[in-house]
Ligand binder design. Structure first.
Ligand code: ADP
Ligand code: MG
Length: 764
């Protein structure tokens, strides 16, 4: 076996070297390929750029080579002419722009504003003058009317005066006539008397008439006075009108003078502006002339250039022709190059592919070999390992001789433990023994390799075995401050999975179950009282599964804490006395790790079963009855079945009695095949517990001792002794009490097997 081991290791080293070499080759090949493709890309790029350049050159030359030289010259000149014309136009435009610019500022100049103001004033004044004139005309009209009326009144006055004078004349004549008549009548007294009498009569009449006339005269005189008064008023009015008119006329004159003045000012300003404008135009014109001159000079220069360019043109034509030829040939050349490059690339790719295939084949072979090696190693090391853990003496152990320490250790061998039982020292050898001072951390250190192999797709079972109070729960669950294997294992799984996240996708799920009186219950389910069944997978894979068992996907420590708390709460609420109940049931935490290698598509599934077994103490002996007895029987049966299964597996028997208990049936696929099992046997060091301690240690050593060769195994035991059969007061009596089969005492077997295994371990 050692020879084969060393041979295998050598083979492994050789293969690793080969693998490294091939990887280097592959890397080199890849580099080559990359540089080649880059080079080709660069070539294609430069060729493209050249092609572009040549096309541009061709188009340029084509435009230059439009016709004969004379025509070209003419065309050129025409173009030049056109250009100059445009320049000229531009100059004119500029000039116009300048003129416009010169005028434009007047828009904002103060003169214009002043002008506008004056004009406004002027129009205002004119309007006023107009108004005044209208008023004047009105007054004139009034005066005219009044004058007319006056003339009328005068005329009437004259008429009435004439009438009066006439009347006076007539009256005075009649008076004279009357006086003459009186004189003549005096001379004719008779007659006269008569006449006097008539005259007297008549005179009265005349007097009356006179009176009338006088009153009339009076009235007329009054009227004349009145008319005179009116006339006077009218004259006064006329005078005032005339005065206003004079005033208005003076105002008009004044306004007109102002207007004149404003107009004069405006004219002056306009004059000044005109002058400025003329000046600017002159300036622009002179500038344009200068520019024009420069343009003409330029034109002359261009003409001379044109003359010198002609030979250059000839050489360019020549070049163009050669380039044309090159361009014609270029696609062919390019195609040729591309074809060869493509061929090279595809060849290189093909080579890389074949190398890759080869490498992958080798890698797979290597993987298989590694797995084989691993399996072999596991087989050699034993895939069932048995550890012992001694808890410290606690307050619960009491005081006095009962609580005395009965367990001692070997300073040179951490696999050995001595128990003082009834005055005799019995020694046991396990794979490793943890003394009371061993910390949870130390215990886990020994376990973690098993936990990580779960990620590689192995199934793992870790059992805590021992009497109640020996520390099973402490080892598996631990305390909040100092967690046990359960939490540490999950934490480790998380960190490992994170480390492999670059290539692998992992999913971690947990389930928690309990087996009590051979009934399986889901600790995370909604119906914790429901009994679950274990069934064969319908896919024909032979795998077992539990329909209805709750699985929680966990991604962090917080998730696990929640799950644990949930399960714990369930258990607490379901049971009146948790401690008692838990000591009589098996508690399982099942962690499933499913992985997918993204590069190869390889899938792995590993299961980690962490089992806190029921207390192994022998209840039957104390004469228990009823349910207590039933519980004890179930516990005994399932623990014996576990021992049987482990025994059958280790001795490679054809039939493994998994179905003898719920526990072994449930864990069937995690116990068989490449699976790994760890039995952590918990013991109490107290004197009063030595009997149970002895039983537990015997169990441990027997599980371990099966590892001897198959011949001795066969000779050793036909079947695993039941729990009851383990009950023995002394190691010697236990050996002889096992169902009539010959079973060597631990002392006889262990020393030999241990020395053989130690040799194997040191060589491996
Ligand atoms: P079990 O689960 O086997 O019945 P427990 O794990 O409940 O036993 O342990 C019983 C008592 O002993 C508990 O109080 C526990 O804290 C204590 N105990 C067990 N193992 C250790 C240890 N290694 N270090 C300290 N205390 C321990
Ligand atoms: Mg417990």
């Amino acid at each position: 076996v050692m020879a084969s081991m060393t041979h295998l290791q050598k083979e492994k080293l050789r293969l690793q070297e080969e693998l490294l070499e091939l990887q280097e080759k592959l890397a080199a090949q890849e580099n080559n390929e990359l540089s080649l493709s880059l080079q080709l890309q660069g070539q294609v790029e430069t060729l493209k750029a050249k092609l572009l350049e040549q096309a541009e050159e061709i188009s340029r030359l084509r435009s230059e080579l439009g016709g004969t030289d004379a025509e070209k010259h003419r065309d050129l000149l025409a173009a030049e002419n056109e250009r100059l014309r445009q320049e000229m136009k531009a100059c004119e435009g500029e000039l116009r722009e300048l003129q416009r610019q010169q005028q434009a500022p007047c828009r904002d100049c103060p003169h214009l504003q002043e002008n506008a103001r004056l004009q406004e004033q002027l129009s205002q004044l004119q309007q006023e003058a107009e108004e005044t004139r209208a008023k004047l005309v009105e007054l004139d009209l009034e005066v005219q009317q009044k004058t007319n009326r006056l003339a009328e009144v005068e005329l009437r006055l004259k008429d009435s005066l004439a009438e009066r004078a006439e009347e006076e004349e007539r009256l005075s004549r009649r008076l004279r006539d009357s006086q003459e008549t009186i004189a003549s009548l005096k001379s004719q007294p008779q007659q006269i008397k008569y006449i006097i009498k008539t005259v007297e009569v008549e005179s009265a009449k005349a007097k009356q008439a006179l009176c009338e006339t006088q009153s009339r005269n009076q009235y007329l005189q009054e009227q004349v006075g009145m008319q005179k008064q009116v006339l006077k008023e009218m004259e006064q009015q006329l005078q005032s009108s005339q005065k206003t008119e004079a005033q208005l006329r003076a105002q008009i004159v004044m306004y007109e003078a102002e207007l004149e003045q404003a107009h004069g000012q405006m004219l002056e300003e306009m004059q000044a502006m005109e002058e400025e404008k003329n000046h600017a135009i002159e300036e622009a014109f002179s500038r344009a002339q200068v520019e024009m001159k420069a343009v003409h000079e330029n034109l002359a220069g261009v003409r001379t250039n044109l003359l010198t360019l002609q030979p250059a043109l000839r050489t360019l034509t020549h070049d163009y022709n050669s380039l044309k030829r090159q361009v014609r040939d270029f696609p062919l050349l390019l195609q040729e190059t591309l074809r060869s490059a493509r061929a090279e690339i595809s060849q290189a790719i093909e080579e890389v592919h074949s190398t890759n295939r080869e490498l992958l084949r080798k890698y797979r072979r290597e993987l298989q070999l590694r797995k084989k090696c691993h399996n072999e190693l596991v087989r050699l090391k034993g895939n069932i390992r048995v550890f012992g853990r001694v808890r410290p003496i606690t307050k619960e152990d009491g005081e006095g001789p009962e609580a005395a320490n009965a367990v001692t250790f070997d300073a040179d061998d951490d696999a050995v433990l001595h128990l003082l039982h009834k005055g005799k020292q019995v020694s046991f050898e396990l794979d490793k023994v943890f003394p009371p001072q061993a910390s949870q951390e130390e215990v886990f250190q020994e376990v973690q390799a098993l936990v990580t192999s779960c990620i590689d797709g192995y199934n793992v079972c870790i059992f805590a075995y021992g009497q109640t109070g020996a520390g099973k729960t402490y080892t598996m669950e631990g305390t909040a401050a100092n967690p046990g294997i359960n939490q540490r294992a999950l934490q480790l799984l998380f960190s490992e999975v994170r480390g492999k996240a670059a290539d692998w996708d992992y999913a971690i799920t947990v389930s928690a179950a309990e087996i009590y009186n051979e009934a399986l219950r889901d600790l995370l389910g909604k119906e914790p009282q429901e009994k679950l069944e274990i069934k064969l997978c319908p896919d024909g894979s032979g795998q077992l599964y539990v329909p209805g068992l709750t699985e929680f996907r966990v991604q962090s420590v917080e998730d696990i804490n929640k799950v644990f708390e949930f399960g714990h709460i369930k258990r607490v609420t379901e049971c009146t006395n948790l401690n008692e109940h838990s000591s009589r049931s098996h508690a399982l935490l099942i962690v499933t790790v499913r992985g997918l290698d993204r590069s190869t598509g390889l899938r792995t599934t590993g299961k980690l079963n962490l089992v806190d077994l029921a207390g192994s103490e022998r209840v039957g002996r104390s004469g228990a009855e009823g349910s207590r007895l039933r519980e004890a029987q179930h516990i005994n049966k399932s623990l014996s079945a576990l021992g049987d299964v482990i025994y059958a597996l280790r001795s490679r028997q054809g039939h493994v009695p998994f179905r003898n208990s719920k526990l072994t049936y449930l864990l069937q696929d995690s116990l068989s095949g490449d699976s790994k099992t760890l039995m952590m046997v918990q013991v109490s060091p107290a004197e009063k517990n030595t009997s149970e301690t002895l039983c537990s240690l015997k169990f441990a050593e027997r599980v371990r001792s099966v590892e001897l060769g198959p011949v001795s195994r066969k000779a050793e035991l036909g079947s695993w002794p039941s729990q009851e059969h383990l009950e023995g007061d002394s190691p010697g009596s236990t050996a002889s009490s096992g169902r009539g089969h010959a079973s060597p005492s631990p002392g006889q077997l262990s020393s030999r097997s241990a020395s053989i295994r130690r040799k194997l371990q040191t060589s491996g």
